[in-house]
Design a binder for this molecule. Sequence first.
Ligand code: DAH
Length: 386
Amino acid sequence: MAYNVPRLKDFSPAALDKAAERLLAALKKESADIKAESDWKPFRDRWMARKNGLLTQINELWLKAAPKDAKRNVGQRVNVIKAAVTETVEKLRPNVSGTAIVTGVSAKAKVGEVRAHGQQAIDITLPGNRRPLGAEHPVIKTMNEIVSVFRNLGYSVEKGPIIETDYYNFEALNFPPNHPARDTQDTLFVANQESKPLRDRLLLRTHTSPVQIRTMEKIKPPLRIVIPGKVHRNDPPDASHSPMFHQIEGLAVDTNITLGDLKGTLDHAMKALFGSSVKTSFRPSFFPFTEPSAEMLISCFICGGSGRRRSEPCRSCKQTGWIEILGCGMVDPNVFEFVKNHGYDPRRVSGFAFGMGADRIAILKYGVDDIQLFFQGDVRVLGQFG
Ligand code: DAH
């Protein structure tokens, strides 16, 4: 005879225990009868169907029907039953390859528990549900480390929009109209902007530099800021490129800021980040918003600058002993012209700026050989950076 949920007349703890025990015995017997994969669904539905499954029935016939003073006792048992049913059903659920996944405790333990402990609804000796802690993403972790180095120097953190206007991303940063960086090749433009004047058209910012302008419009000099954030470029993804990546920008403006300040600050920052034996070197470069502009290199912290590691050519620095780490320079007075009315008179203030790619630094730091691994969301990869 198949088990039926009885109506209860007696709601005393002893009677409740008996009823629960009978039900759990039925659960045990019916679960043992599951032989084929196709048996599982009817079993689940008999016990768990929202409409008139056995769990729904005990809710109606036992819990809802219970007199007020017995509700608590009934509720406790119903909870134990629910847990046992859910667990048994889940345990027997056929997995993709067709075999049942066996985990946790069986309904048998639950029966024993009701019998042994009477009133006690929860067996605290059972293993709990594992809720894994998340880990900080390696790129975010790297960005936080870089930001904290500059925070310690008195820099504050600024943010800006990822969808930016042509004005902030290019024009106010002294990009001439036909500068190559504006090419459709590099920039992801928002569609249907043609009816707007060029400077108002929207795009995905290609660098964090527009936040320099936004912040200078907001805060008067002296200014010392770092800007961590997401940027986009129209680059096809490969081992070292991603259409979305991360930068950290820096800007210091005051009266009498010199190239010496730039070099001293960045040299200190690199030693703080990569170790005190790291050397820095500057070579001339070009950015529209700095004059002069430079690229900073650091001695390779993987091979110690020798170009070879474990008698192999060092891949991190391509055997040169140096790694290109950031772009920098003295803020071009033309940039200050755009924020002159906000207190940045190019005749009075000077400043330096820099920008670096956080993903690239994370790749070097952690010896990862493919930037895509950072963005595929695979916990087997990301879980290693906890
Ligand atoms: N925005 C530049 C880029 O994405 C990086 C950069 C270079 C930022 C020099 C700066 C700077 O602030 O001064 O390539």
